[in-house]
Structure formats: C-alpha cells, structure tokens
Design a binder for this molecule. Structure first.
Ligand SMILES: Cc1ncc(COP(=O)(O)O)c(C=O)c1O
Ligand SMILES: N[C@@H](CCOP(=O)(O)O)C(=O)O
Length: 521
C-alpha cells in the first residue's frame, strides 16, 4: 500500500478511474474527524465543521496522523552518475557522501519499477490534485512530487517554505514585438521564498539534514560556496529548522541584496578574497575535514528538488511538452535537473517526449559554451571574468559532466551572451512588464540568437527559465539606466527626468513626452 491510500484519504483528490487492487479500503480521515466531534456532544446537533483539523493540531501534525507509513513502496539511493548499468556501487541517502569511489559525481536513483506500478495518468492526477493547497507538505511545488523526490523521508522532518508552484508568465509583448512569437513563456523560478530557484533544491537538502541530525549523524552545520543565491536559500532554510549555516562568499562579487540575506538569517558568513571557484575549492576541503554538510549542487540531493521545476512546466501546460526550454548555466546543476525532471516524466508515461534544452552562458564565464563549440572535444575550466550576471560568474563548474549528459540526450544547444547583449535583453524584457535578473537576460539573448538564426521557429512553444528575482540585482539596472557602464551604449536606458517643481516646467516636459509617444503611433 502506498500512494493509492494517500489519495483516498486526501480530501482534495478524486481517485483515478481504474481501482487499484492494492488499496486498503479505509474511511476517509475527514469523516473520522467528524465522527469524533459528534460523539463528544451526542445530544446536540454537531456544529458545522469549519476546518478539517481541530484547533490544537498543526498542519505538520495532521500530515503525521494521515500519512504514517504511506510510502514504504518507494525508495531512492545514491549511485555513481552515468555509471555502467552493471555497476553495483550505491549508498543510502542517509550516508554522508558526495562523490563516488572513483571520485565522480553521484546521482539519486529512484526505484523506477516501484514508481511504474502506477501509470502516467495516475501520477498526473496525483500531482494536479496537490497544487496550491496548504496540506503539509504537498502545498510545496517540490513536495507535491514527494514520491519522486525523497520518498522515504517522514513528512515531519521536512523543512519547507511551500516553495515552487512558480508563475509561468506568458511573454506576450516580448514574444510578439521582438521575436514574432506567440507561444513564449517565462518560468519565474525567482518569484520564490528567497528569490531564486535555489529554494527548490535547498528544501530537499535541508530536510535530509534535519533527518540526519535527528538520527544523530555527525552534522553540526551546513556549508556552501556561493555567488549569492545558494547562500541565501541555505541560510533561510537552515534558520527555519534551527540548523547552523556557514557560507563562503567571494568578497565584493555578489549583490548587496544577496549578501544581506544570509546575514539577516543568522548564517556564519565568510567573505573571502577570491572568486566563486576559489570558494568552492575551499568549502570542499573544509567539509571533508569538519562535520559540515556540503550544500552545493555537487550534492545530488539538490538536483532532486530542482528537477520539479521541469515537472511543473509540463503540468502548467496540461502535460503538453514545450519545444524548447532555455536555462542560464553556471555551476551547471540546474540544466541537468531540468533534463532529469523531463526525462522522468517520459519514462513514467506522463509525456511522450522531452523538450530540446538550451544552456545559456555569459561570454565572460563560458567554459561550457567553448566545450560545445569544440564539438565536445576539449573541456578546460576558464578564469571567469566579471559579469553583470554575477551569479553565473563560474569558470570551473562542478556539474560539467551532468550538463554535457543533459544536452547530448536532449539534442541540446549552448549559447552565450556578451555583457551588452544580456543587459539590453534584460532592459527590453523589463520594458514589456517583466523585472528580470541579468541571468534571465543571458537566457533571453540565447533565445534571440536562436530565433534570428531560424533554429527556434516563430511557432515553437518556448520556455525561458528566469532563475532569480530582478530585485536582487537592482544595481545592474541602476547602472544601465543611468548610462554609467563604460563602453556600453545602454541604448534602452530610461533615466528619470529632473524637473523644477513648478507647473510650467512640469507641463513643458509632459507635452514633449506625450508628443513623442503620439508620433510613434
Ligand atoms: C540566478 C542564477 N541563475 C543561474 C544560475 C546557474 O545555475 P547552475 O549553477 O545550476 O548552472 C545560478 C547559480 O549558479 C543563479 O544563482
Ligand atoms: N549561483 C550559485 C552558484 C553555486 O551553485 P550551486 O547550485 O552549486 O550551489 C549560487 O547562488 O551560489
């Protein structure tokens, strides 16, 4: 008995058409609550039930009461990434391990046979039934797919901010005016608890840490290197669970809004005189010596949460598959996470194909782009140069092998964006009502290039993944709109007009403005 009984006991779910022989026929728990209330006052008419929980029960306790031992059929373990099928090396998710015996990456492997006991329609109905609810933990876009993420964790151990379920924005004006496209979408993963897609992976990682600590495993704190977003997510989720977090940041290379997040959330913040790759190197050394759990996407638990954004995209299109998904890439965990999410949906019968993936890099930090251009022949890390897309200023990505696998298996493409291209794309998108981050500007530039070269067709359904909230990167927008960037035309700058505070002056500038608008009609 597994997810089927969960469905029956859920007050929000109509079971799929075919009855499952493994279902245990228990009365819905909501009815049991009703019975308890009415038996307390047998002589009176029971008051109408306002809520499905009693006043002294939290949603976490409710989940515990409903769901104990619901998931014993599904399981997952660590295996070496892309290993030979004959390889028997594996590790429990309760072990603290980041690398395979040969030093390669790990992957979380699910028991696909157990998941396949339920057909694609079953999973679609189950996931759809959970969207946007407050039922713990399924109200989260990540944990609504719990069986595919961390099937064995007790809901009690989960640390969640009900992340995910992010907006898919129909980029109507940007698509039509700039690209002649009707079916262009921006998946706003940055409209999230800490303002970036990192929340999706961090809820999974910190939940597992919470479980490990309850099991008395040696984890005193959790650490990461960061260009700003990983550290923000780590510190918020750790603070929520009361777990110490330690973040390694490259001094003066992240935005003020990003820096203030771990500070405010009580993390131990190390500001280091190096770049992200230097911080990453140090945190890997430190976490191999001290009981600090590594939270970067080298840790494959992160991918399990991030892959749910791909499932969500399919769900938001009513399980129709877009033609293209464009993702900005830095440390390169996320492009693989998207691949993994799409691939699982295909393997488990929810869809019949996967989209083509595009990874977009800043030209100032483009090791994957150079590798792709060499025909996947010659990979060398680069020294990443300063870029406005500061969160992807990474020259030696830890997930390079995962990214190559994702792109090769999705007929994928890598594109790059210069500083001027990414800033113009960001300004252009903002002028159509978005407020995107520079990394999304990188992804939009890739789209513009592929559209101009005819690779992406006008009618192709295309999703651009927006990875962080624009409000984290306001300085870049201020620099652009005040034309304060050396050697950049900032051709879409829209600086404020200083006007004397009198009626005549205000009327004067307004008339000129309205005339200029009128002549453009
Ligand atoms: C805002 C933003 N966009 C894109 C990325 C790239 O993601 P990944 O490192 O998984 O390639 C990152 C982090 O690296 C990021 O913080
Ligand atoms: N952009 C990231 C860089 C680290 O990536 P990770 O996914 O490996 O943690 C950040 O925000 O720190």
């Amino acid at each position: 008995m597994a997810a089927s009984s969960l469905l029956r006991s859920s007050p929000f779910f109509l079971p799929p058409q075919q009855p499952n022989p493994r279902t245990i026929n228990t009365a819905p728990k909501s009815l049991q609550i009703k019975a308890t209330i009415s038996s307390d006052k047998p002589t009176e008419t029971p008051p109408p039930i306002k809520h499905r929980r009693t006043a002294d029960e939290s949603i976490r306790q409710e989940a515990h009461r409903r769901n104990t031992s619901e998931y014993d059929n599904f399981s997952a373990k660590y295996v070496p990434f892309n290993a030979d099928p004959a390889c028997t090396e594996s590790y429990s998710l309760d072990e603290i391990v980041y690398r395979s015996r040969s030093g390669g990456l790990l992957d979380v492997q699910h028991d696909m046979e157990a998941l396949k006991a339920f057909d694609g329609n079953y999973w679609k109905s189950l996931f759809d039934s959970r969207v946007g609810k407050t039922t713990w933990p399924y109200g989260s876009g990540v944990w609504s797919k719990k069986e595919w993420v961390l099937p064995e964790i007790d809901s009690d151990d989960i640390v969640s901010a009900f992340e995910g379920n992010s907006n898919m924005f129909w980029a109507e004006r940007f698509g039509k005016q700039h690209l002649g496209m009707n079916d262009l979408w921006v998946k706003h993963c940055g409209i999230s608890h800490t303002g970036s897609f990192k929340d999706l992976g961090m809820t999974v990682l910190v939940s597992q840490v919470n479980r490990l600590r309850k099991m008395n495993r040696p984890v005193v704190g959790v650490g990461c290197a960061s260009t700003g977003d990983t550290s923000a997510a780590l510190s918020a989720y750790c603070a929520s669970a009361g777990i110490p977090s330690i973040v390694f940041l490259p001094a003066n290379k992240i935005s003020i809004s990003q820096l203030v997040q771990p500070i405010a959330n009580g993390a131990f913040v190390l500001s280091l005189d190096t770049d992200f790759d230097g911080c990453m190197h140090l945190v890997r050394e430190v976490t191999s010596e001290l009981p600090i759990y590594l939270a970067n996407s080298l840790n494959s638990l992160r991918i399990e949460g991030q892959k749910t954004a791909a499932i969500e995209i399919l769900q938001q299109f009513d399980w129709e598959v877009p033609d293209w998904v464009i993702v900005p890439g830095g440390n390169l965990g996320n492009i693989y996470a998207f691949y993994k999410g799409f691939h699982m949906c295909k393997e488990l019968g929810l869809v019949d194909r996967i989209p083509r993936l595009v990874c977009a890099q800043a030209a100032n930090a483009n090791p994957l782009y150079l590798y792709f251009k060499s025909g996947w022949l010659d990979f060398s890390p680069v020294k990443a140069k300063t870029t406005f897309a500061s969160a992807i200023q990474i020259g030696d990505p830890v997930s390079i092998d995962r990214a190559v696998y994702a792109l090769q298996n999705s007929n994928g493409i890598v594109e790059e964006a210069t500083e001027e291209e990414l800033m113009d794309a960001m300004a252009q998108a903002d002028a159509t009502g978005m407020f995107i981050c520079p990394h999304t500007g990188v992804a939009l530039t890739a789209l513009v290039k592929l559209r101009n070269s005819g690779v992406i067709k006008a009618t192709d359904r295309t999703v651009v993944v927006s990875t962080a909230h624009g409000l984290k990167f306001t300085q870049s927008k201020i620099d652009y709109h005040s034309k304060a960037i050396p050697e950049m035309a900032c051709r879409l700058a829209n600086p404020p007009v200083n006007v004397k505070a009198d009626f005549e002056s205000v009327m004067d500038v307004l008339k000129k403005y309205l005339l200029s608008k009128d002549s453009k009609h």
